[in-house]
Design a protein around this ligand. Structure first.
Ligand code: FAD
Ligand code: NAP
Length: 860
C-alpha cells in the first residue's frame, strides 16, 4: 500500500528493486543495523524472474552457479532440479530466500521510485514514488537491474495492431494460450530463441521476424552437471571462491591454446567438447584469443555455422540463420533447446528482415517490403534499454540538480560502476562500468553488495556522512573500461552491450570486460587504499586520497604478469652473452609481425668493417621508389639485432609505406662509445648515397629507432647536420635514451617493475660509456646543439623510466625551433608499444607513428 504524501518517512537507506541485488543488499544492510526501505515496482520479489515469464525462460548460467553463495545453509536447503532452471523455479527460489530471511517486511511492492533528489544542506536523498510517497534517506541504492527496462517497440505502427500483443519481458502472469493461433515473434535474441520452440508447439502458424541471426548452442539441459556437483560437495568454499576469482564468475580452466596455431584436430576437439558441454563460458573458451583475434574467432564462428547448416534442412533458411555480421561472442550468445530444429517444422516461417524490412505494423498484422502477414498475436522479444535504462528512467538528480540523464547524455560515466561524481551517497548495483552482464550476475551482485556494505560500515565506524568519487578517479575508470573493451572485438558489434539496440543511445561499451577477478581486485584495492578516488566528508572532516586505480593498458598488465610468472632473471644480473641468448629464446615465441612485400638481408660498409642490414619493402608494385627510413634497434647498445626488432620493422614498413632499412650497429661491451653512434651515422650516409638501389626516393630519407636505437638515430641527425649532410627529412624516436641523468621523476616512478628498470639502464650505460663520456652529445643528444635538426616524432610511454627525458628532448627541440610531434603511449611501458601482435593496445600508437613517418615526406 502506498502511503499518503504527508510527513516524509526517514531511513538510513532506500533501495530500489527487489531482485537478486535488492534482496541481498537488504540482508546486508540489516546486518549493519541500518534502517532500510526497499521499493519495488513489481508485486513481489524476483526482479528479472518476476517479469520474464515467457515460455522457455531459463537461466543460461548453470544453476549450481547462478545462485546466492552468501548463506551456506541456504545452499543446503535448496536443491536445483535442473542444469538450467526454469523461470518459475528461480522465482520460487528468490521467494524462498526472502521468506527464509524475513525480508518482505522491509519491502514495499507496487512502488516505483519516480524521482530522487539530493538535498545538499540536509545531506539526504529525497525519494518520491509513483504513489506520491516521499522518503528521506542518507543513502540511495539502485538495485534496479541491467535488463529490467524493456525497449519500447521502435517499429512504425506498433500501436495499431488489433490482435493480442505480448512482450517476453512483461509476459502475463496468468500465462498465454496460443493454441491454434497465427503468431508473430519479432526478435531473435536470447528471449526469442528460448521462446520460439515452445510457441511453435502451440501456434497454428508461427512467423519469426529476424533482423540479426544470432549464435546459439544447445543447452543440453538435464540434471546439474556432475563435475560441478562433485566439486561443490568436496569443498564448497573453495568452489565459491574460485568463482569469485574467475574471469566470468564461473570456475573454468582458461585455455592458453590459440586458434591460429592449434592443429585442425585440436580445434575440432575443443569445439565439439564445448558444443557438447552446452555452457556459455565453455564455448567462449575454445581458444584463448577468440575474443580478440578475428581469425581465431572466425574458426569458432564457422564451426557454429556448420552446425546450423547440419540441423536446418532447407539450405536457404539455414543460411539466413547463420550469423555473419558480427564476431562470435560480441553479442550475447544464446543457449537453446531445439531452436534451429524449429525451422524444420512446416508451420514455422522465417522472415529475414535484412531482405524484406518491416514497413509497418498494421491492424491485421505486419507488412514488410515484400509481403503482408495476418496474425492473431504478436510477441515482441525485442530486448531492453540495457544497463542505463532503469537508472536514467528513475529521474535521479544529484548536487546542483543535474540529472543522471543529463550527465550521461554522451554515455554513462561511473567510478567502478558503483558511484558517479556529483551524486553523493548514491550507489548503483551492477552499474555501467562493472562486469555485470558479462559475468555470472549472482557473483557480481554479491561482490557489489558486499563492497557497498563494507563502505557504509566504514562510513559509520569513522563517523562520516558523505562519499562521492572524484572527477579524476571517475575519468580514469571510464578510460580503463574503454581500454579493456578496445583490445577486444566487442566494440565492432551493434550489440546492446554497445547501446546500439536503442535508437539514439550513445554508442559506448557499457560493461567492464576486464574480468570479475580483475575487477574485484581493483575494488578491493580502492577500499584498502582508504577509498582511493573518493571524497569522504563528515563533521569537521573532508578527506580525499585522489588518484586513478588502473592506468596501465590491460594487455600490458597481462604481459607483465605473464613475465613475472615466467620468472625470467633480471637481465642486469646476467652477462651480456647470456642476456642476448635469453632474449633470442623469448623472441622465438613471438608473432612474426605483418606481411610486407619483400624482405632482404645484406651488408653495408661501416666505419670499421661491414654492418648487416635488413631491408623491408612494402607490398605493392616493386618497381616504384618509396621514401626510405633507416631504423636502429633497441637494446641498450648491448642487446638486440636485426631479428629482435623484425616485427616492429615490418609494422613500420606496412603502416608507413616506406622502405625500411634496419641496420645492426656494433654493440657494447665489445665495442664501446661512440662506436654505435658512428655506425648509425655511417649507415645513414650510405643509405642516402644508395637510395635508388635500395628502392628509395633520393632526398626522402628519415631515421628511426627505439630506445638505444633512438639514441643513435638522434645522434646521427646531429652528426649529419654538423657534417652538412645528408639531408634527413625526419627523426622518429620511440622511447629514446637522450640523457644519462637518472634523477628525473619518471626514473623514481617507473624505475622498477616495468621491464626496463633503473638497474638495467645503469647496466646498459656501464657497458656502453665511461662516466666521463656520458654527457657527450654523441651519448646524450639532449646536451647537443638542437638547432636546424630534422622535424621529430617522439614517443614516450607512461610507465617508462625514460619518459621524462623523451619529453625533455621534445621540449628542447621545440625551443630550438624544430617541429615536434609528441606521441604519448598512454598506459604503456618502455617495451610494450613495440610488441607487435602481442600488445593489441600498442596498435593505435603504432598507427600514429606510421602516420608521423609518412608526414615526414611530401605527399606522393
Ligand atoms: P533485476 O532482477 O532486474 O531486478 C530489478 C528490480 O528493480 C525489478 O524488479 C524492477 O521492477 C525494479 N525496479 C526497476 N526500476 C525501479 C524503480 N524505479 N522503482 C522501483 N523498482 C524498480 N544473468 C545471469 O547471470 N545468468 C542468467 O542466466 C541470466 N538469465 C537472464 C534471463 C533473462 C530473461 C533476463 C532478462 C536476464 C537474465 N540475466 C541473467 C540477467 C539478470 O537480469 C540478472 O542475473 C539478475 O537477475 C539481475 O538481478 P537484479 O536484482 O540486479 O535486477
Ligand atoms: P536482445 O538480445 O536485445 O534481442 C532482441 C532481438 O530483437 C534482437 O534479435 C534484435 O535484433 C531484435 N529487435 C530489436 N528491435 C527490433 C526491431 N525494431 N525490429 C526488428 N527486430 C528487432 O534481447 P533479449 O533476447 O531479451 O535478451 C537480452 C539479454 O537478456 C540477453 O542478451 C541475456 O543477457 C539476457 N537474457 C538471458 C536469457 C537466458 O538465456 N538466460 C534469456 C533472455 C534474456 P538486432 O540484433 O538486429 O538488434
Amino acid at each position: 500500500m502506498n502511503k499518503p504524501a504527508s510527513v516524509p518517512e526517514q531511513f538510513d537507506v532506500v533501495v530500489a528493486g527487489a531482485g537478486f541485488s535488492g534482496l541481498y543488499m537488504l540482508y546486508r544492510l540489516r546486518q549493519l543495523g541500518l534502517s532500510v526501505k526497499v521499493l519495488e515496482s513489481a508485486g513481489d520479489v524476483g526482479g528479472t524472474w518476476y517479469w520474464n515469464r515467457y515460455p522457455g525462460a531459463r537461466c543460461d548460467i548453470p544453476t549450481t552457479d547462478y545462485t546466492y553463495s552468501f548463506d551456506p545453509e541456504l545452499e543446503k536447503e535448496w536443491t536445483w532440479s535442473e542444469k538450467y532452471a526454469t523461470q518459475p523455479e528461480i522465482l520460487e527460489y528468490l521467494r524462498f530466500v526472502a521468506d527464509r530471511h524475513g525480508l518482505r517486511s522491509d519491502i514495499e511492492f507496487s512502488a516505483t521510485v519516480t524521482s530522487a533528489r539530493w538535498d545538499e544542506p540536509e545531506k539526504r536523498w529525497r525519494i518520491t514514488t509513483d504513489g506520491g510517497q516521499e522518503i528521506r534517506c542518507r543513502y540511495y541504492i539502485m538495485a534496479t537491474g541491467c535488463l529490467s527496462m524493456p525497449k519500447s517497440p521502435d517499429i512504425e505502427g506498433a500501436g495499431r495492431f488489433a490482435g493480442q500483443v505480448y512482450f517476453t519481458s512483461r509476459w502475463p502472469h496468468e500465462g498465454v494460450d496460443l493454441t491454434g493461433q497465427r503468431v508473430a515473434v519479432i526478435g531473435t535474441g536470447s528471449s526469442g530463441i528460448q521462446s520460439i520452440p515452445l510457441i511453435a508447439r502451440q501456434a497454428r502458424r508461427l512467423t519469426v521476424f529476424q533482423r540479426t541471426p544470432n549464435f546459439s548452442i544447445p543447452a543440453h539441459n538435464g540434471p546439474a552437471p556432475a563435475d560441478r556437483l562433485e566439486r561443490l560437495a568436496e569443498d564448497r568454499d573453495e568452489y565459491r571462491d574460485a568463482a569469485r576469482w574467475s574471469r566470468g564468475g564461473v570456475p573454468i580452466d582458461p585455455t592458453d591454446i590459440l586458434g591460429g596455431t592449434a592443429s585442425e584436430a585440436v580445434r575440432r576437439e575443443r569445439f565439439e567438447a564445448a558444443w557438447e558441454q552446452g555452457e556459455l563460458f565453455g564455448i567462449l573458451n575454445v581458444f584463448a584469443d577468440q575474443g580478440v583475434n578475428p581469425a581465431s574467432n572466425d574458426i569458432v564462428a564457422e564451426m557454429i555455422r556448420e552446425k546450423i547448416r547440419s540441423i536446418v534442412t532447407d539450405p536457404g533458411i539455414a543460411e539466413a540463420l547463420c550469423p555473419k555480421d558480427h564476431y562470435f561472442g560480441t553479442k550475447r550468445p544464446c543457449l537453446d533447446t531445439g531452436y534451429f530444429e524449429t525451422y524444420n517444422l512446416p508451420h514455422v516461417q522465417l522472415v529475414d528482415l535484412r531482405k524484406q524490412p518491416i514497413v509497418s505494423i498494421t491492424e491485421e498484422g505486419i507488412e514488410t517490403a515484400d509481403e503482408s502477414f495476418g496474425f492473431d498475436a504478436i510477441v515482441y522479444a525485442t530486448g531492453f534499454d540495457a544497463m542505463t535504462g532503469a537508472l536514467v528512467a528513475a529521474d535521479v538528480a544529484g548536487r546542483d540538480g543535474v540529472s543522471l540523464k543529463e550527465k550521461w547524455a554522451a554515455g554513462p560515466s561511473t567510478y567502478l560502476g558503483l558511484m558517479t561524481t556529483g551524486f553523493p551517497n548514491f550507489f548503483m548495483l551492477t552499474g555501467p562500468g562493472s562486469p555485470s552482464v558479462l559475468s555470472n550476475m549472482t557473483v557480481s551482485i554479491e561482490q557489489h553488495v558486499d563492497w557497498v556494505a563494507g563502505c557504509l560500515e566504514n562510513m559509520r565506524d569513522e563517523g562520516l556522512e558523505t562519499i562521492e568519487p572524484t572527477a579524476l578517479a571517475e575519468a580514469g575508470w571510464n578510460q580503463h573500461v574503454q581500454d579493456c573493451a578496445a583490445i577486444t572485438l566487442h566494440p565492432t558489434a551493434n550489440s546492446w552491450y554497445m547501446g546500439a539496440n536503442v535508437p539514439g543511445k550513445p554508442r559506448v561499451f557499457l560493461p567492464y570486460i576486464g574480468g570479475v577477478n580483475a575487477y574485484r581486485q581493483a575494488c578491493d584495492e580502492v577500499a584498502a587504499q582508504g577509498y582511493l578516488g573518493f571524497r569522504l566528508t563528515g563533521p569537521g572532516e573532508d578527506r580525499c586520497r585522489d588518484g586513478v586505480i588502473r592506468r596501465m593498458q590491460p594487455d600490458v598488465a597481462m604481459v607483465l604478469e605473464f613475465m613475472a610468472a615466467a620468472g625470467m632473471p633480471p637481465l642486469e644480473t646476467l652477462s651480456a652473452a647470456d642476456a642476448r641468448a635469453l632474449l633470442a629464446v623469448t623472441a622465438e615465441a613471438r608473432p612474426p609481425g605483418p606481411e610486407v612485400g619483400e624482405v632482404t638481408d645484406g651488408v653495408i660498409p661501416g666505419p670499421s668493417g661491414h654492418l648487416p642490414y635488413r631491408l623491408y619493402r612494402p607490398a605493392g608494385p616493386s618497381e616504384g621508389l618509396r621514401p626510405l627510413v633507416v631504423y636502429f634497434h633497441g637494446g641498450g647498445w648491448v642487446l638486440g639485432n636485426l631479428d629482435s626488432d623484425d616485427p616492429l620493422c615490418r609494422d613500420l614498413c606496412a603502416r608507413s609505406g616506406a622502405v625500411v632499412v634496419s641496420v645492426n650497429y656494433r654493440h657494447a661491451p665489445e665495442v664501446r662509445f661512440p662506436a654505435a653512434a658512428l655506425d648509425a651515422f655511417a649507415a645513414v650516409q650510405w643509405a642516402d648515397a644508395n637510395a635508388i638501389e635500395l628502392g628509395g626516393i633520393p632526398g626522402q630519407l628519415a631515421v628511426a629507432g627505439w630506445s638505444a636505437g633512438a639514441n643513435v638515430a638522434a645522434v646521427a641527425c646531429q652528426l649529419a647536420r654538423g657534417a652538412e649532410g645528408p639531408h634527413i627529412s625526419g627523426q622518429l624516436l620511440v622511447c629514446p635514451v637522450v640523457d644519462s641523468d637518472m634523477t628525473r621523476p619518471s626514473y623514481t616512478e617507473n624505475g622498477d617493475g616495468y621491464i626496463l628498470t633503473t638497474a638495467l639502464m645503469r647496466w646498459f650505460w656501464d657497458h656502453y660509456a665511461d662516466p666521463a663520456d656520458r654527457g657527450d652529445p654523441r651519448a646524450a643528444p639532449l646536451h647537443g646543439n638542437l638547432e636546424g635538426l630534422p622535424e621529430a616524432c617522439i614517443v614516450t610511454a607512461d610507465f617508462d623510466p625514460l619518459r621524462d627525458e623523451g619529453v625533455a628532448y621534445a621540449r628542447a627541440l621545440e625551443a630550438a625551433g624544430v617541429p615536434v610531434r609528441l606521441v604519448r603511449a598512454r598506459g604503456h611501458t618502455h617495451t610494450s608499444v613495440t610488441m607487435v601482435g602481442v600488445v593489441i593496445s600498442g596498435a593505435p600508437v603504432r598507427a600514429e607513428i606510421g602516420e608521423a613517418l609518412g608526414d615526414f615526406f611530401p605527399a606522393p
